[in-house]
Design a protein around this ligand. Sequence first.
Ligand code: ME8
Length: 627
Amino acid sequence: MEKFYITTAIYYLNDKPHIGSVSEAIAADVIARYKRLRGFDVFFSTGTDEHAQKIEERARKEGIDPQEFVDRASSVWRGIFDDFGISYSRFIRTSDKDHIEVVKHFFQKLYEKGDIYLGTYEGWYCVRDATFLKDSELVDGKCPICGGPVQKIKEDNYFFKLSKYQQKLSKYYEEHKNFMQPPHRYNEVKNVIESGLQDVSVSRKSFKFGVPVPFDEKHTIYVWFDALLNYLTAVGFLHDEAMFNKYWPADLHLIGKDITRFHGIVWPAMLMSYGLPLPKAIFAHGFWNLEGQKMSKSTGNVVNPSEFAKNFSKLAKISEKASIDVLRYYLTREVTFGQDGNFKMETYLSRYNSDLANDFGNLLNRTVSMLYKYFNGEIPNGEIDPEAKGFIENEKNKYFDEMDNYALSYGLEYLWNIVGYLNNYIQVKKPWTLKTDRKNLANVIYTLLEGIKVVTVLLSPIMPFVADTILKSLGTAELNSNWGTLGKGHKVDKLPPIFPRIEKEKINLTTKKEEKEEEKEMIEYDDFARLDLRVAKIIAAERVPKSRKLIKLTISLGDEERTIVGGIALHYNPDELVGKKIIVIKNLKPRKLMGITSQGMLLAATNENEFSLLTLDRDVKEGSKIS
Ligand code: ME8
């Protein structure tokens, strides 16, 4: 079995977990669960970074021993990770005994090699980020990372000869273009290396909470030197040779964009100095902001993920576990992984209502209620529709491709193509008209159930709790995305609506668009006459790649052909559109949608649950005017 070792950064304990920090653990968990689904032997490590000066100060302020402080704080993090379903293999703490041994050993080795030497550091230090800073790096005299105060220090420190590794690192980056991802982070770090590296301080003298330098105990090993080594300890370095040889090097270090230099420069140089292989890849994700503002504990602009999930569960009337899954879904779906995200209640509700309540929830509820209506809740002995299977397998492979490249939100888009397809399958097959054709009815319902099972299994890395509930009710606990695994005759549990819709108005969150609609004024006939409405015949139709909703249509207006793009992919398959006569606005200014210029707009009738293209009552030739 191929192994996959994935890590998160380890978290400082001076802050409580917030949505931003938890988002990283969730993303790592999504990848870890996905890899398990694909048959990898996954080792997933996460944990807490405990030896910071800030901790010593906080503990002193509270009048307790720093160790007592970190024991308490670390268990808060671990508790939240457990609640959020973070399926770590090891929750490492830098105060763990085996880790302290690793740190001492590693420091000693590099010293013996001549790569660590005693010098004097004079410059700035940010206690919050545990970072040494140059004059030129300060912004308005403050830390460029957290915006907090910096201290001027002058100390005897041990230094690591980072400068010695500049050439080697540069060459390594040249030869390993995927070492740091996404590509703009690769370029950023490569430029820093090429602009010249200075030796870095790796010990502190002015505080004691940490690992002492083994041969000079007046010094405490610098928290970053200590922390980076957690990636080795977690898989048994020095303590379990077989395990270490199996899992090291790490396949993926997942980190935030603020710590790329430690991971992309200092860490590989430390490994080069010791003589260990480098991790295969480092992926730096973006930052979550809150309603457009930087998340910051000091300004109170943070969301506590547990409280948020609890409150949302009450609002949506869903279980707390399902609510945690909604949060996991939102964080994975809302941004292209690697970019910054803006956590907004309004978009949170929209995603919940449209993707989860309308699309996925409806599919499930409709299918199970038909199963009860026609087959007393028992999975019928039907055949899988090869056409549906063909479509879904195709989308499934695209989902695999995206997930393999850590394009998590795109992976979800492909899953939602399947959800859209299945919803549309109900519309097209109209099971309610097949009551007398039991065989066909069984085929349709069975195909829907198998399709739902495939989607649910593929959704399980992102929404593990909800997936587990659905799969159990379908009678399969197995995470198997192959077809034909449901037990025929099994009575499916009648679940309450999985994601009941939330009426935004009820919670006083009317969007601007909705307000405008209420204010719509009366128009004159001339206003209407400005619209050039025409009958158009669809000659060709295809889905827009990477879009869940859009279809590109080629239409004929009699004397000319045009391309228009419409948001109808959740309701129609391209094939069923060709030949239809629809109504379009001909004189709408062209606009670009997903890189395609749409020359006009089609008309459709829609409400919360239904959707229909406007077509004609009698056949009229294309190009005819509507008045
Ligand atoms: O840097 N959005 O710990 P940390 C997304 N102990 N990610 C965020 C975020 C936000 N708003 N805020 C923080 C440390 N993070 C060190 C790491 S690893 C050997 C040592 C991410 O608690 C941040 O980018 O400050 C980092 O990857 C992780 O949370 C821990 O940050």
